[in-house]
Design a protein. Structure first.
Length: 116
């Protein structure tokens, strides 16, 4: 029984050996350090939130500018296509002459040889 009691006491001492009386801080200092850490975490979260909001605003403004530019370019393209259609209606392009096929060329060559 004595051995068991002594083992319990020793095990408690070894469990809490890293706490010495010099290292124990007053409660006010512990609360102060906790508050400082919490304040630092809060400030970091605010900073990240501000950065995220700024990045989102930049993304939205770039998307809006891209949409405006795309609409302007599309309107210009459609106007040009319409002008091209109107010009083509006024001045139809003459169809290209079709190239003679090989069979037709051979027939022409044969007919010229027979004539000579």
């Amino acid at each position: 029984m004595i051995f068991r009691l002594r083992a319990t006491i020793l095990s408690r001492e070894t469990r809490f050996h890293h706490f010495s009386k010099k290292e124990i801080l007053p409660m006010a200092e512990v609360n102060q350090s906790i508050m400082e850490k919490a304040e630092a975490r809060f400030m970091e979260k605010q900073k990240k939130t501000a950065e995220r909001n700024q990045a989102t605003a930049e993304y939205v403004s770039e998307a809006k500018a891209r949409d405006i530019k795309t609409a302007r370019l599309r309107a210009l393209r459609l106007a040009k296509e319409e002008a091209d259609r109107a010009a083509e209606a006024l001045n139809p392009v003459a169809p290209k002459k079709k190239r003679a096929s090989r069979a037709a060329k051979k027939a022409d060559v044969a007919s010229t040889e027979v004539k000579s």
